[in-house]
Design a protein around this ligand. Structure first.
Ligand code: TRP
Length: 339
């Protein structure tokens, strides 16, 4: 894991298209909690990015903005130590995106592996919205807009950071100065948590466990988890690779030694899926119960949460405007606001 430097500036974001889930927690929310108070940190609710593939249902995006903020508070993000901001209220980011688009080619955007996979998953075929193809440039604006140096993400986002750094280097060459810093990813030990069926955990696939799942939902989802289809009797040896229950135990069970022993026992034979799933159910309930409670509290103070979001956005607006001023100068654009 990349070590934290005292001068690091952290930014990461989420598309508001549904409730956050354990995949987000394992991939990046847990890191954000650990970084809280140790450096400047901004969480961006990326509603403009969400629109790039939801333009036909904008209400869906709008309705989830506050939900994501509530989820942040539920996992323990503290707005006095972490800035929460809303992307569409930061016009400097849109202008930065416009400028950055001059520094990337369409071919490069089409080669971005994450964009390619998403185009496939969404079945866009030849009808890719231009805004969607270009969202890596907008994400570069998000990251550079606060001069972020460290970005906690799941491994699907690595191509975005690579493209961001390419843009940063071009800007710096243009300015003939270190105008913007390059960023590094911060990955967790579980940068990609599988969904309960073994595919990637995703809201759209419906295979993820939400951060506010009820005990009943946790039980149902854990019991439906994919294990080893050839492990039919308790005494049979079982496979650990590709076994979703072990993936979750490794991600969330605080007792790593016990999990290693269970793995060994499972592989030898003599450990049943039911016992294993019961353990996981307990682990997840312990993790999620305090989030569920904090979420209920936050729900009761929606107006306060809205204020938190507005304040965080105002702070971020000033930061992003200062970066835009620098980048505009690098492009030799005039400044009519000063004589
Ligand atoms: N693309 C990210 C995702 O789908 C969300 C995101 C938007 C983001 N802006 C960001 C992540 C900036 C890191 C940095 O999860």
């Amino acid at each position: 894991m990349t070590l934290l430097r005292p001068t690091d500036v952290v930014l990461t974001g989420d598309r508001p298209t549904g409730p956050l889930h354990l995949g987000h927690y394992a991939g990046s929310l847990s890191t954000r909690l650990a970084l809280q108070g140790r450096c400047q940190q901004t969480l961006l609710i990326a509603d403009l990015q969400a629109l790039t593939d939801n333009a036909g249902r904008p209400a869906r995006v709008a309705n989830h903005v506050l939900d994501v903020a509530l989820d942040y508070l539920a996992v323990g993000i503290d707005p006095t130590r972490t800035t929460i901001a809303l992307q569409s209220q930061l016009p400097a980011l849109a202008e930065l995106t416009m400028l950055y688009l001059n520094l990337v080619t369409v071919a490069r955007l089409e080669r971005n592996p994450t964009v390619r996979a998403e185009i496939e998953l969404r079945g866009f075929a030849r009808d890719v919205p231009a805004g969607f193809l270009c969202y890596p440039a907008s994400q570069a604006a998000d990251i550079t807009g606060v001069r972020a140096t460290l970005v906690p993400v799941g491994d699907d986002q690595l191509p975005m950071l690579e493209q961001t750094n390419e843009i940063v280097r071009r800007i710096n060459r243009l300015a003939d100065a270190e105008l913007l810093p390059e960023c590094r990813p911060l990955l967790t030990k579980t940068p990609r948590l599988p969904g309960i069926d073994g595919r990637k955990a995703s809201k759209s696939l419906g295979n993820a466990i939400s951060l506010t799942a009820t005990p009943g939902e946790i039980r149902t989802l854990v019991h439906a988890m994919y294990t080893d289809p050839d492990h039919s009797r308790v005494s049979d040896p079982g496979r650990v690779e590709g076994n979703v229950v072990f993936a979750y135990l490794n991600a969330f069970d605080p007792d790593g030694e016990a999990v290693a022993e269970l793995e060994a026992q499972y592989q030898r034979g003599g450990l049943g899926d039911v016992a294993l799933k019961q353990r996981l159910e307990g682990v997840l309930e312990t993790l999620i119960a305090p989030m569920r409670e904090r979420r209920v509290d936050a729900e009761r103070q929606r107006d306060h949460v809205r204020e938190v979001l507005m304040e965080g956005t105002a702070v971020t607006r000033r930061r992003t405007q200062a970066v835009l001023d620098d980048v505009r100068r690098a492009f030799s654009l005039p400044d009519f606001s000063s004589p």
